[in-house]
Each structure stands twice: as structure tokens, then as C-alpha cells.
Design a protein around this ligand. Structure first.
Ligand code: HEM
Ligand code: HEM
Length: 174
């Protein structure tokens, strides 16, 4: 595997930064449940969730802009169904990493709550509509299951290529 078979370094870095930010957003919201209701630690976990979630939106947007302006390596040769499913999965991941933060932010805004980003706080100029905010929050929570399934399948496919097919696919993102 040579450097020319790999994604450009900027795209590799942004791929793993998105992964780390998403993992931290999920860790924060899962850890929240371990703290008592009304505690400062519990509130802090929510703030971390929102902040790292918005960092995902920012990093994924930057990655898409960079991706459009550089040459990416073609997918390794393989059957047509594999090519189609790899592309479909990549676009689903983009959609989820952009859509989930937007839904989270809209859920808060329609519920009349501010949105946190590492110490800063914003209120979106939307008319408060609590039932709509609740519905969007439910869609966001359902979307989280799709994120777990998609990232799990994507990571499993990468590891399958690397260790079963042994085509060094993982090194393309290194
Ligand atoms: C890729 C980014 C994100 C992912 C993967 C994600 C994932 C999750 C997950 C797993 C949950 C818990 C679901 C449950 O308990 O059933 C959740 C809840 C929530 N998320 Fe996100 N989220 C993201 C971004 C955001 C952002 C940017 C915001 C707001 C600015 C946000 C706001 C919320 C809110 C308000 C809840 C409900 C919290 C609660 O009531 O306990 N999320 N999200
Ligand atoms: C939040 C988690 C993740 C997201 C959103 C994500 C997203 C993506 C996307 C959109 C691509 C296509 C890149 C492009 O065309 O520019 C990609 C490629 C890739 N990802 Fe991930 N990924 C995540 C986690 C992981 C993990 C955990 C692994 C490894 C176990 C991994 C390994 C790879 C590899 C090896 C490629 C290159 C595949 C190829 O050459 O066709 N990703 N990822």
C-alpha cells in the first residue's frame, strides 16, 4: 500500500477527528444517566454532548469541503454490490453526521432551550413549539440507533477487509 492508494492526510485526519468527536458526544450522553437528577455533573454531561455533537457538524462540513477540492483514491476493485454498498454506507454516514446535530439543535430550540458549544450558548430565533421540539427529540433519539448500526457495520466492514480479506484497506485511512 503506497501513499497514492490512501486518502489525502487532511481527509484522514478529519475522518478520525469526526470519529473521536462523535464517540465523545455519545459517551457524554450515556454517562449522564449515572449522575443523579439535578446534579451539576449531569448538566455538564448534557453540555458536553451538545458541544461535541456540534463539533461533529463542524468537522464533517469541513471534511466535505476539503473532499470536494482534493483527489480521492478510487475504491479498491471488487464486485459491483460491494462498491454500491460501500458508497451507500459512506453517504449514509455523511447524512447522519450532518443530520443528527441539526436535529439535536432544533429539538432544543423548539423546546425553548439554549444550545451549548464549549462555554458559549446560543438561542436559535425559532418560535417555541414544545410538542414539535419533543417530536424532533424523539427522531434524534431514534436516529442514534441508526448511527450505532451504521458505524458498527462500517467499522466491521473495514476490519473484515483488513484482517479477513487482507487487502490493507484500513491503511487507506491512515
Ligand atoms: C453526531 C452527533 C450526535 C449524536 C451521535 C447524538 C446521539 C445522541 C444519543 C445516543 C442520545 C441519547 C438517546 C437516548 O437516550 O435514547 C442523544 C440525546 C440527545 N441529544 Fe444528541 N447526538 C448528537 C448531536 C447532538 C447535538 C449537536 C445536540 C444539540 C445541540 C443534541 C441534543 C440532544 C438532546 C437534547 C438529547 C436528549 C437528552 C436527554 O433528554 O437526555 N445531540 N443524542
Ligand atoms: C463516527 C464514525 C465514523 C464515520 C462517520 C465514518 C465515515 C466514513 C466515511 C464518510 C468514509 C468515506 C470517506 C470518503 O469517501 O471520503 C469512510 C471511510 C473509511 N472509514 Fe470510516 N467512519 C467512521 C468510523 C470508522 C471506524 C471506527 C473505522 C475503522 C475501524 C473506519 C474505517 C474507515 C476506512 C478504512 C475507510 C476507507 C474505506 C475505503 O477506502 O473505501 N471508519 N468513513
Amino acid at each position: 500500500m503506497t501513499r497514492s492508494d490512501s486518502y489525502p492526510r487532511s481527509l484522514v485526519l478529519l475522518h478520525w477527528l469526526v470519529f473521536v468527536a462523535a464517540a465523545l458526544a455519545v459517551a457524554a450522553i450515556e454517562l449522564k444517566g449515572f449522575f443523579p437528577k439535578g446534579s451539576a455533573d449531569r448538566a455538564q454531561m448534557t453540555l458536553w454532548h451538545e458541544s461535541f455533537g456540534l463539533a461533529v457538524l463542524l468537522l464533517m462540513t469541513i471534511r466535505l469541503v476539503v473532499r470536494a477540492s482534493v483527489q480521492v483514491p478510487p475504491l479498491p476493485p471488487g464486485p459491483r454490490w460491494m462498491e454500491i454498498s460501500a458508497h451507500a454506507m459512506h453517504w449514509l454516514l455523511y447524512l447522519l453526521m450532518l443530520g443528527m446535530p441539526v436535529l439535536g439543535a432544533l429539538a432544543l430550540a423548539w423546546s425553548g432551550k439554549p444550545i451549548a458549544f464549549f462555554g458559549a450558548s446560543w438561542t436559535l430565533p425559532l418560535t417555541v413549539d414544545v410538542p414539535l421540539g419533543r417530536s424532533i427529540k424523539e427522531i434524534h433519539e431514534a436516529g442514534a440507533n441508526l448511527v450505532f448500526a451504521a458505524v458498527g457495520l462500517h467499522a466491521a466492514a473495514a476490519l473484515w477487509h483488513q484482517f479477513i480479506v487482507k487487502d490493507d484497506l484500513l491503511l487507506r485511512m491512515r
